[in-house]
Design a protein around this ligand. Structure first.
Ligand code: KG4
Ligand code: ZN
Length: 343
């Protein structure tokens, strides 16, 4: 039996979780406590690093206590403490990693510093027991990447954004249209009553031989359309949102389709190829539907872990700790590890 306490503080969620793995059985999330700071940041239209760091300081001890209490596992029974050490906002990373180090030292347990992206990358093995290799599409407020997940600690980035992250494009679009933060869910809601054919927004990078994403041109097109017809009625806003979302889904589908073909070429022995989605934007139904259709056409399984485990949480960090312990590579990043805002 392996039990790991995970801690996540890299952005605006303060989270702690205990995950257990008993031999060949399916892993078990014994607790998963997430405190979102959305309300603290909403008034500012985005995450404010100083507010985030202070909120983590205030909340983390209680969140860790709650995660241990929920799991009915004592600190003594935990095998290791895993904490996000980057990438992310440095204030939050310092709070999380220092707290984890203090707990590890006091309880005489090993500390495992985890890369946040590794947490997202390995979640599908926690929820769906996927075998390596598989393809990951990570679309959040801070990241837009396609990664070939080949093994624990063995990740190959095939595509990234050359400008804005996709969630950021949703958030900025929402802001331009006067919709509240966080923008993604509000853009999706407005799009539901809009005409996606009204504005012919660009599909950045579509058809390009380069694998990367780009969204800033699309954002500019949205701004120009909004300025041209201001003041905006509710219907205008809905139409812009629907047209924006259609452009995003189309552009994303093109980029992902390319990656699926590459995956087939590079991993011909994987009889059950899968595309995993992670990150807050993966909640978007239009995007999900596009990706699902693409996968079914290409013969890929489409794996979307439950939303609670797709967005930032500590169960994925605890799980990454278990994966590292099991793979015998947990001692690469130990207690002398310093936070890395870029990693
Ligand atoms: O993964 P996440 O919760 O946090 C990090 O960025 O790490 O992702 C948040 C992002 C925000 O940009 C938010 O606007 C976007 O995910 N998002 C959505 C939807 N729900 C959340 N974007 C589009 N459609 C949604 N339904
Ligand atoms: Zn994340």
């Amino acid at each position: 039996m392996i039990r790991v306490l995970g801690i996540e503080t890299s952005c605006d969620e303060t989270a702690a979780s205990v995950v257990a793995l008993d031999g060949g059985a399916a892993p078990e999330i014994l607790s998963n406590v997430v405190l979102s700071q959305i309300e603290e940041h909403a008034a500012f239209g985005g995450v404010v690093p100083e507010i985030a760091a202070r909120a983590h300081v205030e909340a983390l001890d209680g969140i860790v206590e709650a995660a241990l209490a929920d799991s009915a596992v004592s600190l003594d029974e935990v095998d290791a403490i895993a904490a996000t050490a980057g990438p992310g906002l440095v204030g939050g990373l310092i709070v999380g990693l220092m707290t984890a180090k203090a707990i590890a030292a006091a309880a005489n347990k090993p500390l495992i510093a985890i890369n946040h992206l590794e947490g997202h990358a390995l979640t599908a093995r926690l929820t769906d027991g996927l075998d390596f290799p598989y393809l990951l599409l990570l679309v959040s407020g801070g990241h837009t990447q396609i990664v070939a997940v080949r093994g624990v600690g063995d990740y190959q980035r095939w595509a990234t954004t050359i400008d804005d992250a996709l969630g950021e494009a949703f958030d900025k679009t929402a802001k331009m249209l006067g919709l509240p933060y966080p923008g993604g869910p509000n853009v999706e809601k407005a799009a539901a009553t809009g005409d996606a054919g009204r504005f012919a927004f660009p599909r950045p990078m579509k058809g390009s031989a380069q694998p990367d994403f780009s969204f800033s041109g699309l954002k500019t097109a949205v701004r120009q359309a909004a300025t041209a017809i201001a003041p905006l009625s509710d219907q205008d806003v809905a139409d812009i949102c629907a047209s924006f979302q259609a452009a995003v889904a189309d552009a994303l589908g093109d980029r992902v389709g390319r990656a699926l073909a590459r995956f087939r070429q590079e991993f011909p022995d994987q009889a059950k190829p899968a595309l995993v989605v992670a990150g807050g934007v993966a909640a978007n139904r239009a995007i999900k539907a596009t990706l699902e259709a693409l996968c079914s056409q290409a013969g890929f399984a489409f794996v979307a872990p439950p939303q609670k485990l797709c967005t930032d949480n500590a169960a994925m960090i605890a799980w990454a700790g278990i994966e590292r312990l099991r793979a015998g590579i947990a001692d690469e990043n130990t207690a002398d590890f310093v936070p890395r805002s870029r990693w």
